[in-house]
Design a protein around this ligand. Structure first.
Ligand SMILES: Nc1nc2c(c(=O)[nH]1)N[C@H]1C(S)=C(S)[C@@H](COP(=O)(O)OP(=O)(O)OC[C@H]3O[C@@H](n4cnc5c(=O)[nH]c(N)nc54)[C@H](O)[C@@H]3O)O[C@H]1N2
Ligand SMILES: Nc1nc2c(c(=O)[nH]1)N[C@H]1C(S)=C(S)[C@@H](COP(=O)(O)OP(=O)(O)OC[C@H]3O[C@@H](n4cnc5c(=O)[nH]c(N)nc54)[C@H](O)[C@@H]3O)O[C@H]1N2
Ligand SMILES: [Mo]
Length: 648
């Protein structure tokens, strides 16, 4: 269900999945589970689950055979490619394919074989800032820094709520246990406009105005520089950084962020005392207009305090399968590697060879994209500007969706391809970089596939064959296919299957990072792109929207566990707008409006409205824009969008 990959035991009674229990013998999760994993029986036995391929026939989705469905889809794609070229076929790598290792690898192979630049994924709706900053400051997007929680004396968590989310790009089982431990022996500062479930476990909580975290960090960097920082590693462009942060005095930063100057003094004192510090950021940072700048200054603070690649600071994941320590990472130029964006959106960039999700409606309307392979994506809830997308999707000649459950998006699809769910396929850890350890796990399939479901990799390989591409041998078994792509580069696949998990030791400081930074010529402290963005930032005064995850959901998934689209509003703001607790309210932006349920909550700072995403009835993406994008990467702004509140 999620990249924390907690070890579970699935209790099965004949054909029924009875329950999911935490596996106490699992060395990573030790028996921990959360409501998402425990919902697997409900997902598997969902009354509406997709069991057979469907095709649009006379305006209606009708069940058909795999042969007929794939033949028709293949023929239509061939025609589109023949007439308009491969760029007319787009591929979306949604969250639903993100836990299917063999499916994901074959999707990558098919995407390469088709040769289309039109690739979409949650990258540009979840957060590009971390990758961009790694590339610009560290010369490689493959550098994924994360706190050394075991040894840290001071952890600063900015715009992430792991107690609910289990983390963003660093995914942990049992976050409550982890943060209780950290707070018991070290300082844990949580920076969030809402006093979150995680903030309640922290030693301190700081609630700046959304999108102003960078000002707090700029102040800290400025003061650490004035202390005469000696990072003990090579750096570049120190003087540029010095002048970039110079305006961020205590008073200026406190005013911008609307926090008490004393709180800034306390945080600065904590950093001076700890020496080395650890920082992690989440979607509260990456979804904001200042996300790149905030991420940059957080790295600058880490570098200047000598905390990179240091015990008690940050460590860099080498990957279990990738084994980055074996390679010389290619070094990106100081201006990064982004390219021109899609033709209908010259205002955007293609970042990491992906197009901005926000550009999809315009690309369809312009006739550039005529077919979309949507692999495990809930387009109408995840992508921004739902109205524009809803108008554009029916103009596609082909919308083929691989899914396990019906969604608003499958209802609009020309082809619906039911693939094996989590319990029906063998699998290995795909996103080992997200793990808190250098590890891999394997699971066998525990249930026979329901109905006529097939493996994602098989479906895509069959489709590839119909387009004249040999992307995988469809005669292979699932196990052999998974073995082929297994993340067990440090161990044999057979050993991984036998034990279920494998782990490598962590080296800290890691020699491969030291070598890399030497080849880089020192950390780049002040990339031009980021300095320019800092100088261009401005703020609106009124209330703004911020995003929030919910415990018993994964984005649009698990809605049947009953989480409501509760809109958290500060009681003073609610009173001013005439809104009462538990009553319906309207949240409006210049793009649209939604009706949700008001929850008056003094844990949310004034001027902030916290709205969960991916609810079909109260879809927050009716409020977001396809044009409000980060110019460097095409990331949609999901946090800090100006709103007004009204009684319903
Ligand atoms: N306004 C706003 N918008 C947001 C966000 C926000 O905070 N605010 N969050 C953004 C983020 S961080 C993300 S990652 C995106 C997520 O958006 P999406 O990538 O669309 O992800 P989900 O909503 O999780 O939908 C995943 C789909 O995959 C299906 N699925 C699950 N398991 C499988 C499987 O094994 N096989 C197949 N074939 N399908 C499967 C599920 O039924 C579901 O329909 O949304 C983004 N959109
Ligand atoms: N239960 C559950 N778990 C999930 C998901 C889910 O839907 N449900 N989704 C998964 C996905 S796809 C992702 S990407 C991760 C995301 O994981 P996280 O990034 O941890 O996501 P959130 O829990 O929404 O925490 C983001 C926090 O940022 C705060 N915030 C908003 N704007 C700002 C700002 O400008 N500055 C600061 N400092 N804070 C701000 C919000 O108040 C919120 O508490 O979670 C994953 N895990
Ligand atoms: Mo995400």
């Amino acid at each position: 269900m999620c990249p924390s990959v907690c070890g579970i035991l699935v209790e099965i009674d004949d054909e029924r999945v009875v329950a999911v229990h935490g596996d106490r013998d699992n060395p990573f999760s030790g028996g921990y589970t959360c409501p998402k994993g425990r919902a697997l029986p409900l997902i598997h036995h969902h009354p509406d689950r997709l069991e057979r391929p469907m095709m649009h026939d006379g305006g209606q989705l009708t069940e058909t055979s795999w042969e007929a469905c794939l033949d028709d889809l293949g023929a239509r794609l061939r025609d589109i490619i023949a007439e308009h070229g491969p760029a007319a076929v787009a591929v979306n790598f949604g969250t639903g394919i993100g836990m299917d290792a063999a499916g994901y690898r074959v999707a990558e192979a098919l995407h390469r074989a088709i040769g289309t630049p039109a690739k979409f994924s949650p990258l540009t709706i979840d957060g590009t800032a971390k990758v961009l900053v790694a590339e610009l400051m560290g010369g490689s997007a493959a550098l994924t820094g994360r706190p050394d929680y075991e040894n840290a004396e001071l952890v600063i968590l900015i715009g992430s709520n792991p107690v609910v989310s289990h983390g963003h790009t660093v995914c942990m089982p049992n976050p409550r246990g982890l943060f209780r431990d950290v707070a018991a022996r070290a300082q844990l500062w949580v920076v969030d406009p809402r006093r979150t479930e995680t903030a309640r476990l922290a030693t301190r909580h700081l609630a700046p105005r959304p999108g102003t975290d960078y000002a707090v960090l700029a102040f800290l960097v400025r003061e650490i520089l004035r202390d005469g920082a000696d990072p003990s590693v090579a750096v570049q462009d120190l003087d540029v950084l010095v002048s970039a942060v110079e305006p961020f005095t205590r008073e200026h930063a406190a005013t911008l962020a609307d926090v008490a100057p004393d709180a800034l003094d306390d945080l600065l004192a904590a950093i001076r005392t700890a020496g080395h510090i650890a920082i992690d950021t989440g979607t509260g940072v990456t979804m904001s207009a200042s996300g790149n700048v905030t991420q940059w200054l957080s790295w600058a603070l880490l570098i200047l305090t000598g905390s990179m690649n240091t015990p008690g600071g940050e460590w860099f994941h080498p990957g279990y399968g990738y084994q980055l320590e074996m390679f010389e990472l290619p070094i990106a130029p100081p201006e990064g590697k982004s390219r021109p964006g899609p033709p209908s959106r010259p205002d955007t960039r293609a970042f990491m060879r992906e197009w901005p999700c926000a550009a999809l409606p315009d690309e369809i309307e312009a006739g550039n994209i005529r077919a979309l392979l949507n692999l495990g994506g809930s387009l109408l809830t995840g992508f921004p500007a739902t109205d524009a997308l809803r108008a554009a999707l029916p103009k596609l000649d082909v919308l083929a969706t691989t899914e396990i459950l019906p969604t608003e998006t499958t209802a609009l699809s020309t082809h619906v391809l039911p693939t094996k769910g989590q319990l029906e396929r063998p699998d290995v850890t795909l996103w080992d970089f997200m793990s808190t350890r250098i590890s891999a796990q394997h699971t066998p399939a525990v249930m026979a596939p329901v109905g006529d479901r097939r493996s994602m990799w098989w479906v895509l390989a069959e489709l590839g064959a119909r387009l004249g591409h040999d992307v995988a041998d469809t005669a292979m078994t699932d196990e052999r296919m998974v073995a082929k792509f297994n993340a067990g580069g440090r161990t044999s696949y057979d050993d991984l299957v036998a034990t279920g998990w494998a782990q490598a030791d962590r080296e800290l400081p890691a020699a491969w990072i030291q070598r890399h930074v030497e080849r880089l010529g020192g950390w780049r402290l002040a990339p031009r792109v980021l300095v320019d963005q800092l100088n261009g930032l401005n703020h609106t005064a009124g209330p703004v929207l911020i995003p929030r995850r919910q415990l018993r959901r994964v984005n649009a998934q698990l809605q049947y566990l009953g989480e409501q689209p509760e809109v958290l509003v500060n009681p003073d703001d609610a009173a001013a707008a005439g809104i009462a607790d538990e009553q319906k309210l309207v949240v409006r932006t210049e793009h649209g409006e939604i009706t949700g349920i008001a929850k008056l909550d003094s844990a949310v700072r004034s001027g902030v409205v916290s709205v969960p995403h991916a609810h079909v009835g109260a879809n927050v993406n009716l409020l977001t824009s396809k044009d409000d994008l980060d110019p460097a990467t095409g990331m949609t702004r999901y946090s800090g969008v100006p709103v007004s509140l009204h009684p319903a």
